[in-house]
Ligand binder design. Structure first.
Ligand code: GLN
Length: 230
């Protein structure tokens, strides 16, 4: 009836491919972020539609009112807090340096001097590399998606890459990419679900309430277990 017609469907920005958080299997999107936002929407009784795009396009799309929400392994940062509001954190992550398995000379970020480092556009990894390019004396090359960035190091076009450790660890465990992580984590950050700052405050309240319910009733743990095991 008319009620259905007027029901708001929130557009949710997700990364194109960021396993275990989001990835396409056949025609279907799967992953921790996908299951979480679906479970939150169900718990809080709102409708969503996924909108996969390159990570770097997500915040601009929110600002252009093309998206209502983003869940994309997106780290909560002070910079982003100027334009979006974040939910309570839902996952601990952080950046790590990645090189080929046979690389014996790179043991930490300090060993990257004079090297080419691949990053993904718009990410905290890209910001870290750009902010430290002068100090570390690295050349930074940017990619639109994580698989392209991994490929660049696997095939020897770049010396290293910077990626969130849960994502690169998962990728390495799934498939022999010829890559390994090295050194200490470069930071410790946390993922949050974003809505445009000052807008959608009611929606943000629902997201937080839904997230809290999923954590309480075991559904959150179940989702994590589905993708990451015990
Ligand atoms: N967590 C990183 C960030 O927020 C990377 C996210 C991603 O590549 N999807 O920038």
């Amino acid at each position: 009836g008319d009620e259905k017609k007027n029901e708001k469907v929130y557009k949710v920005g997700v990364d194109t491919t960021y396993p275990p958080f989001e990835f396409k299997e056949g025609n279907e999107y799967k992953g921790i972020d996908i299951d979480l936002i679906n479970a939150i929407a169900k718990d809080q009784n709102f409708k969503i539609k996924l909108s996969p795009m390159d990570f770097g396009g997500i915040i601009p799309a929110m600002q252009a009112n093309q998206l209502d929400v983003a869940i994309a392994g997106m780290s909560i940062t002070e910079d982003r807090k100027k334009v979006v509001d974040f939910s309570t954190p839902y996952f601990d992550a952080g950046l790590t340096v990645v090189v080929t398995k046979d690389n014996k000379s790179t043991k930490s970020v300090a060993d990257l001097k004079g090297k080419t480092v691949a990053v993904k556009k718009g990410t905290t990894g890209a910001k870290y590399a750009q902010d430290n390019a002068g100090k570390l004396k690295i050349k930074v090359v940017q990619f639109n998606d994580s698989p392209a960035m991994f490929q660049e190091v696997s095939n020897g076009n770049a010396d290293a890459l910077i990626e969130d450790y849960p994502v690169i660890s998962y990728a390495i465990a799934q498939k022999d990419l010829g890559l390994k992580t090295v050194g200490e984590r470069l930071n410790g950050d946390q993922y949050g679900i974003a809505v445009l700052k000052g807008e959608n405050q009611d929606l943000l309240k629902k997201i937080d309430a839904g997230l809290a319910n999923l954590k309480k009733d075991g559904k959150y743990d179940e989702i994590i277990k589905t993708y990451l095991g015990e």
